[in-house]
Design a protein around this ligand. Structure first.
Ligand SMILES: *Cc1c(COP(=O)(O)O)cnc(C)c1O
Length: 383
C-alpha cells in the first residue's frame, strides 16, 4: 500500500482518508472523561458519512457496546456488522415497525404515549404467541423525555400520565430513560441546567425505573452531573470540536485531498468560473481541482474556502462547480502545483470545523455531505 503522502491516482477527483484508529482514540478519550458512565457511540447517517459498518467495528474493538442510529435500516446494517451489540434507534416504534425492530433486536426510543402503547401491545402479543410467561418475553426500549428540544420525546403531561399508570409499559423492558440537550455546545447557556432539572424531575416522577442517558458529545464536557449512566457522543468521535472556542481535544479523523486536473498561468486580466465572480487582475496561477458541490464541497465555499498545498494556504477563487473548484496557487512553488498532484481540502491544518466555518455551517454537515465519488481509504491498525 502506498504511503499516506502519496495517494494512488485512481480515477476519482478526490481521495478521502478515514482514520479508524483516530475514531478509536477519540472513543477512549471520551470514555476516560466519564467517571461512572458508559460511553456509547452514535453511528446514524452512515456514521456521520464515514461508513457505518467499518466505523462501528472499529468502535467495538475499542470497547464500545452501545450503538445509536436514527433509522431501522441503519440499525439493520449495524446488526449485520455486530451481532452482539446493543443497538438503539431514535426513530421510535409504531404498529408497522415493531416487528422489524424486534426481529433485528433493535431497541427503539419510544417518543410518545402512542409509541409506548403500540410497542407494549406488540410485545404482549408476541410473548403470548411464543407461549412465554410474564417477563421473559419483554422487549427492550428507551423512554425518551423531551426536556427542551420540542422535537421528539414525551412532554411533561405525558410523563405524568405514564407515572399514573405504569401498566402502560407492560411487556416493555425500559433499558434507559433518555433526553437530549439543545445547547450543550454553549456551557453558559441556562437551558442546560433547566433541561438537567427537568430530566431529573421526570425520572423521579417515573420512580427512577431505569438508568439514564442524556449527554451527546458536548454534554460530556458539561460535567459529571450530565453524565448519568450512558453517554451518546457522535460528532466528537469523528473529530468535530465539542466545545467551540476552546482548543479541540479530539483527534482529526478525516483527510480529504482533491486532485489537480489542470494548472493555468494567467498573464493578462481574466475572470474565473461561472458568473465571473473572481477576477485575476494582472497575472497569477489557477489550479483546477476535481471536487465540486456534487461531492459535498458546498457551493457556499466559492470565493470563501481555503485549501493547503504543503504549507501554503490557497484560496478557492470563483464559484464552486458541480465537479470542480478553482484555487489561486500563485504563491505555491510551481513544482508543487502540478496536474496529478493533490491539495488538502480537509486536513490537520484545515480541519472539518474550519471548513465548516468558511461554508457558514457546522462540521456535522460537512461530514454527512462527504460525497460518494471519492476514492475512500480506511486506515486501521497501521498507526
Ligand atoms: C445525533 C444525536 C446524538 C449525538 O450528538 P452529537 O452532538 O453528534 O454528539 C445524541 N443523541 C441524540 C438523540 C441524537 O439525535
Amino acid at each position: 500500500m502506498p504511503p499516506p503522502s502519496d495517494p494512488p491516482p485512481g480515477h476519482a477527483g478526490g481521495v478521502l482518508r478515514i482514520d479508524l484508529d483516530a475514531i478509536a482514540a477519540n472513543y477512549r478519550n471520551l470514555q476516560a472523561r466519564l467517571a461512572g458512565a458508559t460511553c456509547g457511540a452514535v453511528v446514524k447517517a452512515d456514521a456521520y458519512g464515514l461508513g457505518a459498518a467499518k466505523v462501528a467495528k472499529a468502535l467495538a474493538e475499542a470497547g464500545c457496546r452501545d450503538f445509536f442510529v436514527a433509522l431501522i435500516d441503519e440499525g439493520v446494517e449495524i446488526r449485520a456488522a455486530l451481532p452482539e451489540a446493543d443497538i438503539y434507534a431514535f426513530c421510535g416504534a409504531t404498529a408497522e415497525t415493531a416487528a422489524a425492530l424486534a426481529e433485528y433486536r433493535l431497541i427503539p426510543a419510544l417518543n410518545d404515549l402512542g409509541q409506548i402503547e403500540a410497542y407494549s401491545a406488540y410485545a404482549r402479543t408476541r410473548s403470548r404467541e411464543a407461549g412465554g410467561g410474564d417477563g421473559s418475553g419483554r422487549l427492550a426500549a428507551l423512554i425518551h423525555i423531551d426536556t427542551g428540544m420540542t422535537r421528539l420525546g414525551l412532554e411533561a403531561r405525558d410523563v405524568a400520565t405514564l407515572a399514573d399508570n405504569p401498566r402502560r409499559l407492560a411487556g416493555i423492558e425500559v433499558k434507559y430513560v433518555m433526553s437530549h440537550l439543545a445547547s450543550a455546545d454553549e456551557p453558559a447557556n441556562p437551558l442546560n441546567a433547566r433541561q438537567l432539572a427537568a430530566f431529573n424531575n421526570a425520572r423521579a416522577q417515573l420512580g427512577n425505573i431505569a438508568p439514564a442517558s442524556l449527554a451527546n458529545s458536548s454534554g460530556i464536557f458539561l460535567g459529571a452531573d450530565f453524565h448519568f449512566d450512558l453517554a451518546r457522543p457522535g460528532a466528537a468521535l469523528y473529530g468535530v470540536a465539542p466545545q467551540p472556542g476552546v482548543p479541540n481535544p479530539m483527534t482529526q479523523v478525516v483527510r480529504l485531498q482533491g486532485k489537480i486536473l489542470q494548472v493555468r498561468d494567467v498573464d493578462s486580466p481574466m475572470t474565473v468560473g461561472y458568473g465571473a465572480t473572481h477576477r485575476v487582475r494582472t497575472k497569477g496561477r489557477i489550479a483546477t481541482v476535481g471536487v465540486g458541490y456534487a461531492d459535498g464541497y458546498f457551493r457556499a465555499l466559492g470565493d470563501r474556502g481555503h485549501a493547503y498545498i504543503g504549507e501554503t494556504r490557497v484560496p478557492v477563487v470563483g464559484r464552486v462547480s458541480m465537479d470542480l473548484i478553482t484555487l489561486d496557487v500563485s504563491k505555491v512553488p510551481p513544482d508543487q502545483a502540478v496536474p496529478g498532484g493533490f491539495v488538502d481540502l480537509i486536513s490537520d491544518r484545515h480541519p472539518v470545523d474550519a471548513l465548516a466555518e468558511e461554508a457558514g455551517t457546522v462540521g456535522y454537515e460537512i461530514l454527512t455531505a462527504l460525497g460518494r465519488r471519492y476514492h475512500r481509504i480506511y486506515s486501521h491498525g497501521a498507526g
